[in-house]
Design a protein around this ligand. Structure first.
Ligand SMILES: [Mg+2]
Length: 261
């Protein structure tokens, strides 16, 4: 019977989509809000799709503020209907997030078709082994909206392995997502998953920290922008440079390494 709910982040944890998501996102923001600019120190990593749209559209002045201090906003040629005046709305950015996401998904489909989606080392073996283990339920915990998650994972052939998920389309706040995934897994299996039974695997401090309030097991893997040292500072339960030694990661995820001590 399942006793572990294992939730994987997607970008830079399972796959490297070589920037296809970022390109589609920036284009969608430009088309829908009529703004673009420099990213500066802003990082997509560990954030959710709706959170990124809101952050960048506001940074670049789509809320009528004229942009942030370091956003270097500039006017761009507007698509039909883009960049409507926000004067009549309390939340001109928020009002169009859903529209922007729909446009992003269409652009992402084209980007993914043209890009190579790379499954990161050890991921295929690790996910396959976990799916074959009756003690585990395997799912996703990602800032991608659900449609985007599917588009990114379809080329890997791994998509069908993930039985539950919590997505950026469920909440713009990553810290909301572990509870969403847990409740879906409990509905699916009829089992409860509490505390360390829930394992969150990800490549950013946000992945390590998002399940802290539930007391989950955090597994960090330094295959993204964050180094082993940066992730170690967040005190995950387990930390790997990558997942190429997947049997060791598998034992850590299932708690089998604890049992041997
Ligand atoms: Mg990631």
């Amino acid at each position: 019977m399942p006793r572990r709910l294992v939730l994987f982040d997607i970008d830079c944890t399972l796959i490297d989509a070589h920037g296809s998501g970022g390109r589609a996102m920036l284009r969608a923001i430009k088309d829908v809000y009529g703004v673009e600019g420099e990213l500066g120190d802003y990082s997509f990593h560990g954030r959710t799709d709706p959170g990124i749209i809101r952050d960048l559209a506001e940074l670049w002045g789509a809320d009528g503020s004229g942009g942030g201090d370091d956003g270097h906003p500039r006017e761009v040629a507007q698509a039909p209907g883009a960049g409507r005046s926000g004067a009549s709305s309390e939340d001109p950015v928020g009002d169009r997030v859903a529209e922007c996401i729909a446009h992003y998904v269409g652009l992402l489909r084209d980007e993914i078709a043209a890009a190579e989606v790379e499954t990161l080392p050890g991921v295929r073996e690790l996910v396959t082994a976990l799916v074959a283990d009756r003690r585990a339920v395997v799912g996703l915990l990602t800032g991608n909206v659900e449609q985007g998650a599917r588009l990114k994972l379809e080329p890997t052939g791994l998509l069908s392995h993930f039985k539950v998920g919590a997505y950026g389309s469920d909440s713009a706040l990553r810290t909301d997502l572990p509870a969403v995934a847990v409740s879906r897994a409990e509905a699916l299996t009829g089992r409860r998953f509490v505390g360390k039974d829930v394992v969150v695997v990800g490549d950013t401090p946000a992945d390590v920290e998002c399940g802290a309030s539930l007391g989950v097991t955090a597994v960090a893997v330094a295959t993204g922008r964050h180094s082993v040292d940066q992730l170690a500072a967040c005190e995950p339960d387990h930390l790997f440079a990558d997942l190429s030694d997947w049997p060791t990661a598998y034992a850590a995820i299932m708690g089998d390494d604890d049992a041997r001590r």
